[in-house]
Design a protein around this ligand. Structure first.
Ligand SMILES: [Zn+2]
Ligand SMILES: [Zn+2]
Length: 160
């Protein structure tokens, strides 16, 4: 089942979005004296077609046939997070699961402790309350994340 619900804000122009993502990554790599190699490109491509939040091990399992090692996947993920194309959610069992986040609307996650499914959810009213409560005490919020752990609909049916 697809987990990635919220699309980038200007999603009608998918090719422009992909171009912006690649430009950002290439720039970040260049700053670190690195190039966009085929292996790094494969990892980013894999993210762009994914409909789920991906664990590092899944990316490795899917791409190792192309000669990618765990270390390459690990380092590429780190760089994709540094330039804020990708971020991670803590999944079932504490394993980080990654998603492309650039230009996507802010959302939070519901994590099923039985099957590991991650559902995306938006709470505009709750965001508003948080903003106001922070401002009231002079705190400037920059980012946050909510992760709610529990059982998804399919899993609670079988385990009341
Ligand atoms: Zn479940
Ligand atoms: Zn998400």
């Amino acid at each position: 089942m697809a987990e990635i619900l919220f699309r980038p804000d200007g999603d009608s122009d998918r090719s422009g979005y992909t171009r912006r993502i690649y430009a950002r990554f290439t720039q970040h790599l260049a700053k670190n004296g690195l190039r966009l190699t085929d292996q790094r490109r494969r990892i980013l491509d894999y993210f762009l077609q994914a409909d789920r939040h991906l664990a590092q091990e899944e990316i490795y399992a899917a791409l190792r046939k192309h000669g990618l090692g765990r270390a390459t996947v690990f380092r590429t993920l780190k760089m994709l997070e540094e330039c804020r194309i990708v971020n991670h959610v803590i999944g079932k069992g504490g394993t980080p699961r990654f998603e492309v986040n650039l230009e996507r609307p802010h959302h939070d996650h519901l994590i099923c402790i039985s099957c590991g499914r991650i559902q995306e959810i938006r709470w505009p009213k709750l965001e508003d309350i948080q903003e106001k409560a922070c401002r009231k005490i002079g705190f400037t919020p920059k980012w946050h994340r909510h992760e709610i752990f529990g059982r998804c609909r399919d899993c609670s049916d079988s385990q009341p």
